[in-house]
Design a protein. Structure first.
Length: 273
């Protein structure tokens, strides 16, 4: 039985673990080949362990087990030249790029990082990194002339007024994810004439290493009891990465061929509470 994405090539950043790995495996199961990019080293300002070279190799193994091709690259999305080189290499080896999932991002910054630096660090990864990724891939997609689909990873924090606490890192996270909505809309206008759709997906808390770490748990424990309600409407504390991947797989498929410029919540009702 043919997959919905047979013959497609998907570029995925932050692909070594978490949502990125889940997206890679789901799209491969649908028939896509994958260009998988991740930094695979620690950013000193981040308060929890980031992915490793071994994690990216595990993603490659899972994709290959589905009989799909994968090209991996260790690149920092903040480095436009490194991202462009990774994309060019993957395109040469796999024959193009049809899908872009700009997924790489960071959450909790160390508490001892000075406020301006913490704010800027999150913006550089979560926003500038997304810009670098799309601007590396979009010109190739335009030149190919075969259309395509781009999905940016946002957050429920992009759609509500909760999440900031005066903490510079948290403010940077909320600001960067709000900006994702703006890029989704403006890029949808930019790329529509090339039949390239641009959407964003906005999960509530997802059960990944970005959440399951000591720094996040200590931060959550420190929140005041009368602080903002960060729970979901449906009776689930965290959703699975696969829940987000299901939405992404639909957005990049022909079943969503007339869906563009949309900020899609996958949030167990959090944003309507």
């Amino acid at each position: 039985m043919a997959g919905r994405l047979d013959g497609k090539v998907a570029l995925i950043t932050g692909a070594a673990r978490g949502q990125g790995r889940s997206h890679a495996v789901r799209l491969a199961a649908e028939g896509a080949d994958v260009i998988a990019v991740d930094i695979c080293r620690q950013i000193d300002t981040v308060a929890y362990p980031l992915a490793t070279t071994g994690d990216l190799a595990d993603t490659a193994s899972e994709v290959e087990a589905l009989d799909r091709r994968i090209v991996t690259a260790e690149a920092d999305v903040r480095d436009a030249d490194a991202v462009a080189a990774a994309v060019a290499d993957g395109v040469e080896k796999l024959g193009g790029v049809d899908i872009v999932l700009a997924n790489a991002g960071i959450g909790m910054v160390r508490q001892d990082v000075a406020a301006p630096a913490a704010f800027r660090e999150v913006l550089d990864v979560n926003l500038v990194g997304v810009w670098n990724t799309v601007h590396a891939a979009a010109p190739i997609m335009i030149e190919q002339g075969r259309g395509g689909s781009i999905v940016l990873t946002g957050s429920t924090m992009a759609l509500i007024g909760r999440g900031g606490s005066g903490n510079a890192g948290a403010d940077g996270y909320v600001a960067s994810k709000h900006a994702i909505v703006g890029l989704t809309r403006t890029w949808a206008n930019w790329l529509a004439r090339h039949n390239i759709r641009v959407n964003s997906v906005h999960p509530t808390g997802v059960s990944t290493p970005m959440i399951h770490n000591q720094a996040i748990q200590e931060m959550l424990a420190s929140l005041p009891a009368d602080g903002p309600d960060m729970t979901n409407l449906l009776d689930v504390p965290l959703i699975a990465a696969e829940d987000v991947s299901a939405a992404v797989a639909w957005l990049v498929s022909d079943e969503a061929r007339y869906v563009t410029g949309v900020a899609l919540p996958v949030d167990a009702g959090m944003t309507v509470k």
